[in-house]
Design a protein around this ligand. Structure first.
Ligand code: HEC
Length: 111
């Protein structure tokens, strides 16, 4: 193997190892729990979203590019906060993390 190739191999390895921990913690809602988020979300948030669609499937608001407006995790968080305030759900950081994790892992998949 020529020295240049060897050097590039070492570089790739170093960069790869360096980025691995970053990717592992890339979830935008690291403290959230999916099951807890679903339990918080379903009773408060589903019926109104469902009522917005003729087929009563409100998850399209999250999953369908035609309806959803959030294009990144910060916007998703903003909408959760907006609907939280409007429904007087009284959620704090902890609950927002759970619901964000649930919606992001299930529908949005933002990094
Ligand atoms: C009274 C009706 C109503 C309730 C209850 C409600 N929402 Fe919403 N929600 C809306 C409407 C209307 C929109 C669309 C707003 C828009 O597109 O500007 C929306 C949009 C959203 C979006 C953004 C979707 C996207 O990516 O564009 C999220 C996230 C969301 N709601 C979360 C929640 C959560 C979490 C709750 C429960 C705390 C909740 N909503 C309760 C009416 C409601």
């Amino acid at each position: 193997m020529n020295p240049t190739k060897l050097l590039m191999g070492v570089f790739a390895l170093v960069i790869g190892l360096g980025l691995a921990p970053l990717q592992a913690s890339a979830n935008p809602f690291p403290k959230g729990d999916v099951a807890t988020g679903k339990k918080l979300h379903d009773p408060r948030c589903v019926s109104c979203h469902n009522s917005m669609f003729p087929d009563k499937n409100g998850t399209q608001l999250y999953s369908d590019e035609m309806f959803r407006k959030s294009t990144n995790a910060a916007q998703l968080r903003g909408m959760i906060e907006f609907c939280n305030t409007r429904t007087n759900s009284g959620w704090f950081e902890e609950e927002i993390q759970h619901v964000g994790r649930y919606l992001n892992d299930s529908y949005y998949k933002f990094k």
